[in-house]
Ligand binder design. Structure first.
Ligand SMILES: C[S@@+](CC[C@H](N)C(=O)[O-])C[C@H]1O[C@@H](n2cnc3c(N)ncnc32)[C@H](O)[C@@H]1O
Length: 492
């Protein structure tokens, strides 16, 4: 299936896997050797503790020094660590390179998950002052793990990773998709992804091309993408971050491509940046991308950066000279971009005429692994769509486990005066919802035993409000609380 050549032929891949396995160069083996704190410190670029624990010249120590600490090691030690893969083959494949009389890594070889290895280019941090090559293949980073954590992991027949790079998303997809297709515009990335797949014992269909073009006419149950989403002028300086589209157009283009990429019920999840343009609501801008697609959409803004922070971060990420900031910032000014939002877009083809579109700023609330939350959110949308007004009134609800009430009050001569009451979810997206007294009483009575209609009758009598009027007001409130998981319908 893999149409793109890995860095080594199949026999060489087997030899390399044998060497890594025999040495114990696996996620667990590395932690067992150097300890979790040293492993985490090395990932942050502080390899001192890892180096100390990996001395001795044995194969595992050599592999850790070479590929985790970025050291130059004696050729004999490297040859022993890679055996049975001949060191000449490793050199020819570009896995290692001569340096200061020994050998050093020419690629990153990361032990990942239980029994996977991910091949990517050596990080910018490991080659300070050295500009990256334009087709630099990024390793597993913060954005990769954000998307992997936010992906709905339910069994599917077919999955697509758009812009696969080192292949990290495709690895995760292989745990729950019968067939995995991965695309990239960069031939180098596809060679690296092919190497990741082969070393990790996976078979993916790898196809070259721009965004959705190489899979035009095909549909998938799940599409994920960590695309080159960086907001800038447009030209591609680095394939991993620049899409060749100006501004945030790549994210709009992915949304527009989604209806034709998804099977019925299929889901597309991607990371995106969006411009906050002066005088324009960023949410309206993002909603505009999905308008007319007929897809359900849930967009979560997780971070917002000012232009200076944003530009400097992406320049230093690529070891680019700081002087480039001026032109980039001029472009931001010319386009009235005052900030850049970062977040997750989830689109679902649900086949309804009235798609649900929610664009939310959840900066304070988001926890790292969102996949289960996203799946549950769409399940709740399905429930809300299934029931009509009468069924909502006939249903019983329970308050979410661990739901808390928080009050803010001002002290007055008469005692405490409550200014604000919020219901706060204890985990997940940690929604906080400001509520009035009636809603609070309603939620307080939601124990899963009483029908909403009966609860409302009691509340109407207690507050001297006509029952029909109260029901009219309560239904959208209950729907909103169900959407957020604060109230859980109890099926009986
Ligand atoms: C940010 S990297 C993501 C890599 C990997 N999927 C991950 O999650 O870490 C973006 C990838 O998209 C690829 N890419 C850039 N422009 C593209 C395009 N127009 N079409 C398809 N892939 C593209 C890059 O080569 C790069 O591998």
């Amino acid at each position: 299936m893999t149409r793109h050549q890995a860095l080594l032929p199949p026999a060489g891949i087997d030899q390399l896997r044998e060497a890594l396995t025999a040495a114990g160069y696996t996620s667990a083996g590395i932690v067992a050797r150097i300890g979790a704190p040293a492993r985490a410190a090395a990932a942050r670029g502080a390899g001192g503790a890892a180096l100390r624990a990996a001395s001795g010249g044995d194969p595992l120590g050599t592999l850790i020094r070479l590929f985790i600490c970025g050291q130059t090691e004696p050729e004999e030690a490297v040859a022993a660590a890679l055996a049975p893969l001949p060191v000449a083959d490793a050199l020819a494949a570009g896995l290692v390179e001569p340096h200061l009389g020994g050998l050093r890594q020419a690629v990153d070889l990361e032990a990942y998950g239980e029994d996977w290895w991910v091949v990517s280019d050596v990080t910018a941090a490991a080659r300070p002052g050295q500009p990256l090559r334009p087709d630099h293949v990024l390793g597993v980073g913060g954005a990769s793990t954000t998307l992997a954590g936010a992906t709905i992991r339910r069994p599917v027949s077919s999955a697509l990773d758009l812009g696969t790079g080192c292949g990290v998303q495709a690895l995760h997809l292989s745990t729950h998709a019968a067939r995995v297709t991965a695309t990239d515009v960069s031939p180098r990335a596809l060679r690296f992804a092919a190497t990741t797949a082969a070393l990790s014992g996976q078979r993916w269909e790898l196809v070259a091309g721009d965004l959705a073009r190489p899979v035009a006419g095909r549909r998938f149950d799940l599409v994920v993408s960590n695309p080159p989403f960086v907001v800038g002028e447009g030209p591609v300086r680095y394939a991993y971050r620049d899409s060749g589209r100006a501004g945030d157009a790549v994210a709009a283009e992915l949304a527009a491509a989604a209806p034709d990429l998804l099977t019925e019920g299929g889901v597309m999840q991607y990371l995106a940046n969006w411009a906050h343009v002066t005088g324009e609501d960023w949410g309206d801008r993002v909603a505009g991308w999905v308008a007319g697609t007929g897809l359900d959409a849930w967009v979560i803004q997780r971070e917002v950066a000012d232009p200076v922070t944003y530009v400097n971060m992406w320049l230093s990420d690529a070891n680019e000279p700081g002087e480039r900031a001026a032109a980039w910032l001029d472009w931001f000014d010319a386009n009235k971009i005052e900030a850049v939002g970062f977040g997750l877009v989830t689109l679902r083809r649900s086949g309804h005429d009235d798609p649900v579109v929610r664009i939310e700023d959840l900066r304070q609330h988001v926890q790292p692994s969102l996949g289960e939350q996203v799946a549950a959110w769409f399940d709740r949308q399905d429930w809300l769509r299934r029931v009509d007004r009468e069924q909502m009134l006939a249903a019983r609800y329970r308050a979410a486990d661990g739901l808390r009430l928080q009050q803010e009050a001002t002290r007055s001569p008469e005692g405490w005066v409550v200014d604000r009451q919020v219901l706060a979810m204890p985990d997940g997206l940690r929604w906080v919802e400001e509520v009035d007294q009636l809603t609070l009483a309603l939620v307080g009575g939601c124990d899963g035993r009483v029908r909403l209609r009966e609860q409302l009758a009691v509340l109407a009598a207690a507050h001297g409000v006509p029952e029909a009027e109260l029901a009219e007001a309560a239904i959208p409130v209950v729907a909103h609380l169900v959407e957020r998981g604060i109230l859980v319908p109890c099926e009986r």
